[in-house]
Write a protein that binds this ligand. Sequence first.
Ligand SMILES: *[C@@H]1O[C@H](CO)[C@@H](O)[C@H](O)[C@H]1NC(C)=O
Ligand SMILES: *[C@@H]1O[C@H](CO)[C@@H](O)[C@H](O)[C@H]1NC(C)=O
Ligand SMILES: *[C@@H]1O[C@H](CO)[C@@H](O)[C@H](O)[C@H]1NC(C)=O
Ligand SMILES: *[C@@H]1O[C@H](CO)[C@@H](O)[C@H](O)[C@H]1NC(C)=O
Length: 326
Amino acid sequence: MGHTRSGFVLWCSLGLFFGTGACYCVYKWVFRKGKWKESARGEKGVAGAAASRTRVTSGNEKSPADDLKKSASDNLEPYHLQKLIKLLETTEYCSVREQVLITLSNSAAFSVNQDLIRELGGLSVIGKSLSDPSMEVRVKALNALNNLSMNSKNQEHIQVYISEICSGVALSPLNSDLLLAGLRLLTNMSVTNDYHQMMSHTIPSLLHMLSAGNKTTQIQVLKVLVNLSANPAMTRDLLRVQVPSSLISLFDSCMNIDVLLRALTFVANLNDNLKSQSCSADISQYSAESLYYLFFGESGFSQRLAALLLHPDVEVKGQVARIMTS
Ligand SMILES: *[C@@H]1O[C@H](CO)[C@@H](O)[C@H](O)[C@H]1NC(C)=O
Ligand SMILES: *[C@@H]1O[C@H](CO)[C@@H](O)[C@H](O)[C@H]1NC(C)=O
Ligand SMILES: *[C@@H]1O[C@H](CO)[C@@H](O)[C@H](O)[C@H]1NC(C)=O
Ligand SMILES: *[C@@H]1O[C@H](CO)[C@@H](O)[C@H](O)[C@H]1NC(C)=O
């Protein structure tokens, strides 16, 4: 009975956009077979997967509010996921597309759903929503892909959208939800080295956002940059980018610690790569406005670095020492 109720609550929140009567129709349409309670017990077909559901733990304590939010999607069965994907593809209401994407995002808390959504062709339907006319729908599509990207098979499917995601990031208003959602997805997609090269043309925009964005944006940009810099094959693509000289002001003891620490890790990674690559000798490829000159030329960076040795934070000091002593 509890299942019926939370399922209905979900569909009534969709119904806000249809009116109550229409809500009931959508609800009936999705749960048309009337058999879903039985299949929820995992008796037949793919629904058997329900029995082996494992929760993806986020590592954080979850609050009762999380449980409430989750309760609607906890009941989703393969059959419902299939209907939701179909609804996302066919509905003309952008508020419904948004709600369906949120439901699919939440359903990704179960690893079995991450696989099912892929097997049902859901990733490409969500991928199409990346070019939805509604900005809110685009944000929710990025969030959904982000939640579904904790799965390497899904990453193989999501990689076809990387260049679209990168162009979206470059065009998003600074500090917007749209930008942050795109950056979060790029962060998840850059955890392995596999797709770094596909992101290389967006590096100039990332560095621009790093100098112009607010703290939230800076941290999210740095998460991507730190991942890229950990890959020696990306060193040249990063160091040759032309950057505003104001970028150097990040390296200041007054800077927010989460920004400062990541910025230092970024430089330390690049420095390690340079030291371990014989190609570092060929500095003629870097212009005087390049990231290379900012960090490793005569820009005053080393004085700033030395000043940071007095920083109270141990991790900050550790990264500074890592750069100065390698
Ligand atoms: C995505 O997944 C996280 C962790 O499971 C969850 O907290 C969040 O509500 C999900 N949905 C969205 C839209 O991010
Ligand atoms: C990917 O994104 C999800 C949802 O936002 C997050 O919980 C998870 O920690 C990320 N995974 C990695 C490896 O960064
Ligand atoms: C960054 O800017 C966005 C949009 O203006 C704003 O919502 C957010 O609170 C800002 N974050 C910080 C840390 O200032
Ligand atoms: C990539 O970024 C994530 C999120 O910041 C981080 O947890 C992970 O350690 C990074 N990977 C590398 C190789 O730096």
